[in-house]
Design a protein around this ligand. Structure first.
Ligand code: ADP
Ligand code: MG
Length: 574
């Protein structure tokens, strides 16, 4: 259905035409007619399905010129970026309606400027709940003439702790009004708000068809613990996306990873909630205009951000929630373009989590091997080849030919000159690669029954206030094995030993190294049986047997080709 089949004003049809929108999206088709009639509404649909227009178009149509100096529509959003983005989009729809004045208010920005904009007669306000509350208290926002309130990404606002603010705002609106709510999920808290503040709402649910997701090719890579940053660098070097987003689960990780990418020569910027508003705006602008090609972000900071032309999404950390996965990869493959999503997983448990995501999204996530240095050089050579072919179509300046002639006169062949230039390009790629080839994660050997056990040694103990359940929890967590597969846990002052199936010991050591237990970074290795006499705890008869097995094991050379990093790490003394 086309927008002009609705009963919209000429001004709006023109603005929508200018934006190049033709067909309505499903959520728009179903909600715009109801919203124009003033119905309360609950809307659920995936990210990237055009919800802003779905509530924005009716909101703009409802603003009357006679009351244009009063605030008539209030839209609440979870983040500053979303408020700005929605406000920008509203301004585009309102292009030919001079009396419609959208304004955005959000924390972390100058109060004075916002007050000035509000005083100049903003009649649609898009804001974050906290700052909206602030303005209400200062009487710079007046709710007396509000006709419509819209909660965008309501579930996310509740997740972020805005519940009280939202309720207080809704309670403060004195008169009858339309209440509209958009949310990706419907947890009970949302149902409560709905019951309390909505009047017989229409429910529009667009079944997740994963339309956008269909256009996104999805891959995953198994990466040894602690090597995800290197793996990401390899992938960035191999695929060379013009514009990409990298998702981390924590703010700290965003900072660390951005730093690591920058020092590896990649053009990366970080975005998370602890940054100042001015910084965040700067980051978004530099990413949108292409000055930086890699945006590293947390889920919340990136929620709903709409940047076109992102060709790859990387899940540096596996998302904590299936829905987040869809939100994340939905950043690429927008507006019918194809895109790719790459997920890094460490350890069996994460592989299982990803399988769960794949079931949930009904999409195939394909396992791939990480590229190796030679693959990357091959890829770069291919792309240089096509670049050069393309360059040859352009005019080449006389000056360039002159320089070559000059060099040729000095006995340097054109072939050599070309090779040197190509080599410089290759060097650039190679210098950005991690120093080491990344070891393949060691897979669990499922087929062999675990009869024999060996001990592994973990570098924390009683002095770090460690209890057996911390150790067991960490083991299960990192390996995805069941707790029953582990044997006796002996905690000493400075270290702990755990019996593990011999066939799994490589896997366990690989999975446990680099992780933190109770806040302590641990080092894990095969137990060499030497502990200080005061700490000896195991009984002699058994220990002899185990030593034998351990020697056999060593002779077997089944110890993994250790990561270069691990080899270089100084041994801790017990
Ligand atoms: P959501 O809020 O559902 O995540 P947005 O409102 O941010 O989605 O819209 C995603 C993108 O789709 C925006 O760039 C928007 O301009 C564009 N868009 C919205 N509606 C249409 C439409 N009917 N035709 C084409 N593009 C549209
Ligand atoms: Mg949105």
């Amino acid at each position: 259905m086309h927008f002009n089949e609705l009963n919209l004003s000429q001004e709006l049809i023109m603005a929508v035409d200018d934006l190049g929108f033709e067909e309505m999206t499903e959520i728009q088709e179903k909600s715009i007619p109801l919203l124009l009639e003033g119905t309360d509404l609950i809307g659920r649909s995936n990210t990237g399905t055009g919800k802003t227009a779905a509530f924005g178009i009716p909101a703009i149509e409802s603003i009357t010129a006679e009351m244009s100096r009063c605030l008539q529509v209030l839209i609440l959003c979870p983040t500053r970026e979303l408020a700005m983005q929605a406000c920008d989009e509203l301004k585009k729809f309102a292009k030919y309606k001079k009396w419609v004045k959208p304004a955005a208010v959000y924390g972390g920005a100058s109060m004075e400027k916002q007050i000035y904009t509000l005083k100049r007669g903003a009649n649609i306000v898009v804001g974050t709940p906290g700052r909206v509350m602030d303005h209400i208290r200062r009487r710079t926002l007046k709710l007396d003439n509000i006709k419509t309130v819209i909660l965008d990404e309501a579930d996310e606002m509740l997740n972020m702790g805005f519940r009280d603010d939202i309720e207080s705002i809704l309670n403060d609106i004195p008169q009858e009004h339309q209440t509209v709510l958009f949310s990706a999920t419907m947890p009970p808290e949302i149902m409560n708000i709905t019951k309390k503040y909505q009047n017989n709402p229409a429910v529009i649910k667009i079944a997740a068809k994963y339309k956008t997701v269909d256009l996104i090719q999805q891959f995953y890579f198994e990466v040894a613990m602690g090597r995800k940053t290197d793996a990401l660098k390899l992938l960035l070097a191999a695929y060379q996306p013009k514009s990409s987003m990298v998702f981390c689960n924590t703010k700290k990780m965003v900072d660390e990873l951005t730093e690591a990418l920058l020092s590896g020569g990649f053009k990366a910027v970080g975005l998370h909630g602890d940054m100042k508003q001015s910084q965040r705006t700067q980051v978004m602008n530099s990413f949108k205009c292409g000055a930086t090609s890699i945006l590293v972000a947390t889920d919340v900071a990136a929620r709903g951000i709409d940047v076109s032309g992102i060709d790859a999404v990387f899940n540096y950390d596996i998302p904590q929630d299936n829905e987040y996965y869809i939100h994340r990869i939905g950043r690429t493959g927008r507006a019918g373009h194809t895109g790719a999503a790459y997920t890094l997983v460490s350890g069996r448990r994460q592989v299982n989590e990803l399988k769960d995501i794949s079931r949930y999204t009904k999409a195939e996530i394909i396992h791939m091997e990480l590229p190796e240095k030679d693959d990357i050089i091959d890829i770069k050579l291919q792309s240089l080849k096509s670049d050069i072919t393309e360059l040859l179509q352009n005019n080449i300046s006389e000056a360039a030919y002159d320089l070559i002639e000059n060099l040729e006169n000095n006995g340097i062949s054109p072939k050599k000159i070309a090779a040197a230039l190509i080599n410089r390009q290759l060097d650039e790629v190679i210098s950005s690669l991690p120093e080491f080839d990344i070891p393949k994660p060691i897979r669990r050997n499922k087929n062999r029954p675990a009869v024999n056990t060996v001990k592994v040694d973990i570098s924390i103990g009683r002095n770090q206030r460690i209890a057996p359940n911390f150790i067991l929890g960490a083991l299960v967590d990192a390996t995805g094995m069941s707790g029953r597969e582990f044997g006796k846990i002996d905690i000493f002052d400075k270290h702990t030993t755990v019996e593990v199936p011999e066939s799994e010991s490589d896997y366990v050591i690989d999975a446990m190294n680099f992780i933190k237990i109770n806040g302590h970074q641990v080092e894990v290795k095969l137990y060499d049986g030497k502990s200080k006499s005061s700490e000896k705890r195991f009984d002699r008869d058994k220990s002899d047997n185990r030593r034998k097995r351990f020697d056999k094991f060593k002779g077997n050379k089944k110890r993994p080709e250790t990561h270069p990093e691990r080899k270089r790490r100084p041994k801790k003394r017990h």
